[in-house]
Design a protein around this ligand. Structure first.
Ligand code: TRP
Length: 447
């Protein structure tokens, strides 16, 4: 079998894990969900969930991976031999495929927008025209298909180059740059008419908007954004050195990710209101808003190119982590070469990704439960699969995993004194399972 790589430097580790978590989830999905779910109320719930539920789950996933030293499925098998828990790992592999099937399509949009920015194709366009442009792009069928395909090939290429060379190198430079541009846009938005309205939409919560569905969506989004519930952090955990402080790493990563998401909301909503776009526009929201903002900004031509390029890079460092989950599983479980694992994954995702791109054509018959495949994959993974994966993970760690294994990982075998350990245990054992279960039950109409 091929040797497992590992992260060489601390910064490389943060960059790669950061690269996985910061992605379309922050910049595309978070703003559109916040817009659909009442803005500030959603964000408040989101932040609470990140601290109370997601950080402990991330610590749990890292621990399973680092203790298991293997792919998702085998890590579960190693820490809980001869049990059925490895099926949770398998669920993660399935979820990765579902996620990739729509993630690559949106990533493809960022490439189309990059191309259009480059050709100055948005110049002088208002939100209506940008929206029409997006619609005709999506309806053309072959263009989204092409970009989706290109993105998938690029992702597989990066994974093929190997863990540190492929992933670390890019993330180090790109991550801070994205934050800078978003910050710039936020400051620029001070000058917009919609600034007040946008900021108050994001920051003054209307508590009547908080329903179980909103909470479950916030939970799903938090998992989505932090790459939880499908084994990505278990897979990455297996590459983390024994001396790394897992709880510190999980807190740093989560905090960064949350800030990037909120920052991108702050950069986008003032423009949404200034341009008279509906905050409930759904998955199109960010794509129809941004070019309009760049049009007004000084130097917008260049900023637009840089932004969509960075969005593409942010997407690729994330899609790479999803592919990594699948290929490390295929490679180690079926003893196939890295290349074949990547090829198989790529071909399957090319197929499912194409279906979801084509399903967006108006009147397409590629639908499931009254939604096109794209929306269905987005919804089923974000609202159900990831929360389910997270739920099973906390139940496992809280109730079935030997407590010493968890303690040894979290404290790095006694190297760190984690004062909050009892609190983390409590959150994992009781709070997370109860909250997630109640949410599922209420969504299914049982309570
Ligand atoms: N977190 C990424 C984003 O915000 C998406 C992602 C990458 C992901 N890997 C994942 C989500 C694994 C869940 C599981 O764009």
């Amino acid at each position: 079998m091929e040797k497992r790589g590992g992260f060489k430097s601390k910064f490389g580790l943060i960059a790669a894990v950061g690269g996985s978590v910061v992605g379309l989830g922050n910049i595309w999905r978070f703003p559109y969900l916040a817009g659909e779910n009442g803005g500030a109320a959603f964000i408040l719930v989101y932040v609470i969930i990140c601290f109370l539920i997601s950080v402990p789950i991330m610590i749990s996933e890292f621990s399973i991976g680092r203790a298991g030293q293997s792919n998702v499925v085998n890590s579960f098998r190693k820490v809980a031999p001869k049990t059925k828990w490895e099926l949770v790992g398998l669920l993660g592999v399935v979820a990765s495929f579902v996620m990739l099937s729509f993630y690559c399509v949106v990533a493809g949009w960022s490439l189309e927008f990059l191309k259009t920015s480059f050709m100055n194709g948005f110049a002088g366009q208002g939100s209506e025209e940008i929206k029409e442009g997006l619609t005709s792009f999506v309806n053309s069928g072959w263009r989204p298909l092409m970009w989706t395909g290109i993105f998938i090939v690029a992702t597989c290429g990066v994974v093929f180059l190997g863990i540190e060379k492929g992933i670390e190198r890019y993330s180090k430079i790109m991550m801070p740059m994205i934050v800078l541009i978003l910050l710039g846009m936020f400051f620029y938005s001070f000058t917009m008419d919609g600034f007040k309205e946008g900021v108050s939409f994001l920051l003054s919560p209307d508590f009547s908007k908080i329903t179980p569905k909103v909470i479950l969506q916030a939970l799903g989004q938090s998992f989505f954004s932090l790459s939880l519930g499908m084994g990505a952090m278990i897979t990455y955990g297996s590459y983390i050195k024994k001396e790394t402080d897992l709880s510190k790493l999980a807190s740093t990563i989560s905090l960064t990710d949350m800030c990037v998401a909120i920052l991108s909301g702050l950069a986008i909503f003032p423009a949404v209101f200034s341009m008279g776009i509906s905050p409930t526009s759904g998955p199109d929201l960010v794509f129809i808003t941004l070019p309009g903002v760049f049009n007004q900004m000084p130097g917008g031509y260049f900023i637009s190119i840089i932004f969509f390029f960075l969005l593409f890079m942010a997407a690729i460092t994330s899609s790479v982590s999803m592919v990594e989950v699948v290929t490390s599983y295929l490679r180690e479980e079926f003893k196939i070469k890295r290349f074949w694992g990547i090829l198989i994954t790529g071909v399957v995702v090319l197929f499912t990704g194409s279906l979801s791109a084509l399903s967006q054509i108006e009147g397409s018959s590629l639908t499931l439960f009254g939604m096109n495949y794209f929306d269905f994959f987005d919804m089923i993974s974000g609202t159900y699969l990831l929360p389910l994966g997270g739920l099973l993970t906390v139940i496992f760690v809280g109730w079935f995993l030997k407590p010493e294994i968890f303690r040894n990982e979290v404290t790095s075998f006694g190297m760190y004194k984690v004062r909050l350990l009892p609190v983390v245990r409590f959150l994992i054992k009781f709070v997370s399972p109860v909250v997630i279960t109640l949410l599922f039950l209420s969504l299914l109409g049982i309570i």
